[in-house]
Structures are given as structure tokens and as C-alpha cells.
Design a protein around this ligand. Structure first.
Ligand code: GLN
Length: 512
């Protein structure tokens, strides 16, 4: 279901904005100004952005409008505004990764993702808030501010890409880029009613993403519709010689897969419901409303011709402990570069201290508590005498998880689960309980550890708050995620008579 004809520019899908821009019905300057006005009016409450440069955005929009006026050949995304998570390095534009240790840093280059979006003619509205170094599930670990969920300002917008989710759900950007290491695109998308896709590991360049856990990090789209996600993914994906883990394969025809899915025919598609992710005997920590919406969505898929069966993936029960050893281990190594010498903050360099003392003081003051916890955890897991017991064991579990997926693909085309065991929780509710915070990632971690593509698409409301449905697919079969998600989106949109996010304008528990 596309945007209603009379919708304001700030609630128009990105695909439709692209059409209006190409047809000359609206200018990029007008669209950009509409978003800047809305940011000005509402971001004081929402806290989605860390940095907005209105002059730069309007200048970029003006250049696109001028090029179009001259009749230059422009791509389908030209003139559409966008927001980038602050983990994406942007030339000359402040980039902090949500940390005080990078305050004031203006990178001398663009990440490949940023460069590709610039080359496509998109207009950067600003950089969005995030958990410090992408460590978290609520955006409360940002060193700068709390971001609120547009559905309920007393609740978290998910994390770590919570600035991006709040910006898009709150109509402060038509779409945004997030990054996902263990769920940071999918979980914030789920709890704010967006579509969020984590691409196959290696299919979107990591060059210029500030590294958290290099064997897991991937950038991807956070959007209002499945088609928008596919379009944004196509723009950022594909081989990049600057990333040594980049897969040398084309990004695939994702928008076409989304359009095909929206036709609603899933005849012959084999769908596996993962028992360990909220199924029989595995419902601890899952809210009944989440499980009910999930079951209804599965029934919708069946109604469109999909063959649904249960699939057991026993090693998924170990994904959480394995992830929370592997990711901190890699982080402890990646974050060694923040030493007070090369970037950003430097503390105590007044001539009275030696280099080690300056480094220690800088890291002591520059990193927040969760980042320190991860560095300590990771350093311990990698240390001599413990390496085999912790990091080594976790890597073995990772292999078992990959094997569970591989054997599942003998029987099914996609696996499905809830995206998050709960809806958005109240701000502050989990800040003192890291284990409860980590539990938000139960459903997203298996695909992360196996490097597989996974999408979250809205599947209704529980207590007036969005619930996400996750579709996981084999490596490089991202198109299947888009097809299934688009089918579900189209079926739900036509049943409720409007797009999911339009429900945000209705009272809680309303029409969506
Ligand atoms: N919540 C997870 C963590 O804290 C995942 C974060 C992410 O995907 N960046 O590590």
C-alpha cells in the first residue's frame, strides 16, 4: 500500500519521494526543508540526532535540484534526504560513535556506505544517536543523550541504532542507515514499527564503519516499507576492494524481490518456525502479546500458500553466551586504537605525565561503563589460560549454530521468529541489569553469528506498541527476506486499511 495522495512530505515513503522528485512535482530543497522543520520542532523531545547541519543539507539539495534542472541523468535516489547512524564515518562531518572519546572528531574521509549514498545523490540530514560504540539495545549507553520511542516517549527506541529508528518512526527522516552486530538494526526497527534488514555478512562494505566486532558488523537499511529497505540496500551493497571481507558478488535484485512479494503469492515457499526462539518449551522471557502477533503473522504466510513447519535449532540456545564472549573479545582489540593519540579526546597531556598515564586517563574518562565492561570481558576471554575455555568455546558454539542453519536449509527456504521477545520497555528499566539488556538480543543473535541475512518487518501491536517479525535466509539470499517481508506487509496493510506506521497517528491500541 503506497503513501496516501494527500500525505505530507514527511510521511511519504522514500520510493514515492523519489518518484515525485524525478517527475519534478517537488524539489529536493522542499523535501529537505520539510524534514529540517520537523527536526527543529520535534527533535528536542525525541533526541534522535547528534548532529544536524541544515545549511549543508540545503546546499546538497540545491545542487541536486540544479543538476535536474539542467537535464542531467540522475539516479532514482537523487534528492531524497537520509540520516546516518553516527558509527558511519563522514568526511568533514562530526562522527562520534556515541562516545566522548571521539568528541570533536571530523573524519578526513567517507565510509564506502556514505560515499555510495552521496554518489547516488541522497541528502544527508544528520547523524543519529546510538549506544556508545554500538554496544547496547536501548540507546541509553550513548554518552550524549537519551533517545525516545516515537510511539511512547517514556520508552526506549531500541538500540544500538535507536537514533535512526526514532528518526524514521518519528518522521524526522524518510529512511536511515543503521548497523547490526547482534541485532542493532532489527531490534530497534521492531520496537518502533519499522522495516530493518541486516544484510549477509560481507555484502555491504564495512570500510569506514567504526569497528565494534569485525566478524559480525554489517550496515543496512531502516525504513518505513519493505520496498524502501530494498532500494536503500541496493544503493549501499556490492563489492568493495577497501573491505577485505567484502564478497565479490552483485548485490542482487532486491527491489524486484520486494515487489514480487507484495503480490502475495507464496505458493511452495517452505517456512520454518524456529522452536528455540519462542516455540514450545522456549517461551521464557517472551511476552504473550509478541507470541500472539507472531502466530497470526505465520498464519497469514500460510494463507498466502507457504508451507509452514517447526524446525529445531538446538544450538541457538547458546547464541547469547557465545555472542557475549566473541563480540567483547573483538571489541577489546578494536577499541585499542582509541589511545588519546590518534583521534578525539586527550586527557592529562600537560607535560607532567608520561604517555602511558595520558592513555590511561583518556580511556578512563573517554569510555562509558558498558564499553569498559566489554573491554574487560573481552580481554579476560582472550587472556592466556582462559582463551580456550571462553573465546575458543564460543567459536565452537558459533560453528554449531551455523550447522543448525545449514541443516535447516535442507528442509526450508526461510526461518522465522519474533525479532525481539518483548515490545519497547520503559526508559531506565534495564540500565542497571546488563543481563536483562542482553536478553533483548535472543532472537537476532543466531543470524548474526552465522553471517546470514535477516529482516524485521512489523506484525502488529501489543499493548499499543509495535511487534517485529524476523525472516532469516541462507547467505546471499537476502532477496528471500524481502519477498516474504513484503508479502506479510502487503497482507497486513490491506487487512488494516493503512500502512503500519500510519497507526502512530492514531491513539495507542488503535487501528494498526
Ligand atoms: N545489543 C547487542 C550488543 O549490545 C547488539 C548490538 C549491535 O548489534 N550493535 O552487543
Amino acid at each position: 500500500m503506497s503513501t496516501p495522495v494527500s500525505a505530507p512530505l514527511t510521511s511519504t515513503d522514500a520510493a514515492e519521494l523519489g518518484r515525485l522528485l524525478a517527475a519534478g512535482e517537488v524539489s529536493s530543497a522542499e523535501v529537505t526543508q520539510a524534514y529540517l522543520d520537523r527536526i527543529q520542532a520535534t527533535d528536542g523531545d525525541l533526541g534522535a540526532y547528534l548532529h544536524v547541519d541544515a545549511d549543508a543539507a540545503l546546499a546538497a539539495a540545491g545542487e541536486i535540484d540544479a543538476a535536474r534542472a539542467k537535464g542531467e541523468e540522475l539516479g532514482p535516489l537523487a534528492g531524497i534526504p537520509l540520516a546516518l547512524k553516527d558509527v558511519v564515518v563522514t568526511e568533514g562531518v562530526p562522527t562520534t560513535s556515541g562516545s566522548k572519546i571521539l568528541e570533536g572528531w571530523r573524519p578526513p574521509y567517507d565510509a564506502t556506505v556514505a560515499a555510495r549514498l552521496k554518489a547516488a545523490g541522497t541528502v544527508l540530514l544528520g547523524k543519529t544517536n546510538m549506544d556508545e560504540f554500538a554496544m547496547g539495545s536501548s540507546t541509553e549507553n550513548s554518552a550524549y543523550k537519551v533517545t525516545r520511542n516515537p510511539w511512547d516517549h517514556d520508552r526506549i527506541p531500541g538500540g544500538s541504532s535507536g537514533g535512526s529508528s526514532a528518526a524514521v518512526a518519528g518522521s524526522l527522516a524518510p529512511w536511515a542507515i543503521g548497523t547490526d552486530t547482534g541485532g542493532s538494526i532489527r531490534q530497534p526497527a521492531a520496537v518502533t514499527g519499522l522495516v530493518g534488514h541486516k544484510p549477509t555478512y560481507g555484502s555491504v562494505s564495512r570500510f569506514g564503519l567504526i569497528a565494534f566486532s569485525s566478524s559480525l558488523d554489517q550496515a543496512g537499511p531502516m525504513t518505513r516499507t519493505v520496498l524502501d529497505a530494498a532500494l536503500l540496500h541496493e544503493a549501499i551493497g556490492g563489492h568493495d576492494p577497501l573491505d577485505s571481507t567484502s564478497i565479490d558478488a552483485p548485490v542482487g535484485v532486491l527491489a524486484e524481490a520486494a515487489r514480487r512479494g507484495a503480490e502475495g503469492d507464496l505458493t511452495g515457499l517452505r517456512v520454518g518456525v524456529v522452536t528455540e526462539l519462542g516455540g514450545d518449551g522456549h517461551t521464557d522471557g517472551y511476552e504473550p502479546g509478541v507470541l500472539a502477533r507472531f502466530a497470526e503473522a505465520v498464519a497469514l504466510l500460510e494463507g498466502m500458500g507457504a508451507e509452514v513447519r517447526q524446525v529445531s535449532c538446538p544450538a541457538f540456545d547458546l547464541a547469547l553466551p557465545a555472542y557475549y564472549l566473541i563480540a567483547p573479545s573483538e571489541a577489546s582489540s578494536n577499541l585499542a586504537r582509541f589511545d588519546g593519540v590518534r583521534y578525539g579526546l586527550r586527557v592529562g597531556d600537560d607535560g607532567s605525565r608520561d604517555l602511558d598515564e595520558v592513555m590511561a586517563l583518556t580511556r578512563e574518562q573517554g569510555f562509558g561503563p558498558e564499553v569498559k565492561r566489554r573491554i574487560i570481558l573481552g580481554t579476560y576471554a582472550l587472556s592466556s589460560g582462559y582463551y580456550e575455555a571462553y573465546y575458543g568455546q564460543a567459536q565452537k558454539v558459533r560453528t554449531l549454530i551455523t550447522r543448525d542453519f545449514t541443516s535447516a536449509w535442507d528442509d526450508v527456504d526461510v526461518l522465522v521468529s519474533p525479532t525481539s521477545p518483548t515490545v519497547a520497555w520503559p526508559v531506565g528499566a534495564r540500565v542497571d541489569d546488563p543481563i536483562a539488556m542482553y536478553a533483548a538480543d535472543l532472537c537476532t543473535l543466531p543470524a548474526s553469528l552465522a553471517g546470514l541475512p535477516a529482516i524485521s518487518v512489523p506484525c502488529g501491536l501489543s499493548d499499543g506498541l509495535p511487534v517485529g517479525f524476523q525472516v532469516m535466509a541462507p547467505a546471499l539470499a537476502d532477496d528471500r527476506c524481502y519477498t516474504v517481508a513484503a508479502a506479510l506487509e502487503a497482507a497486513q496493510d490491506s487487512a488494516r486499511g493503512h500502512r503500519f506506521l500510519d497507526g502512530l497517528a492514531t491513539p495507542a491500541g488503535g487501528a494498526a
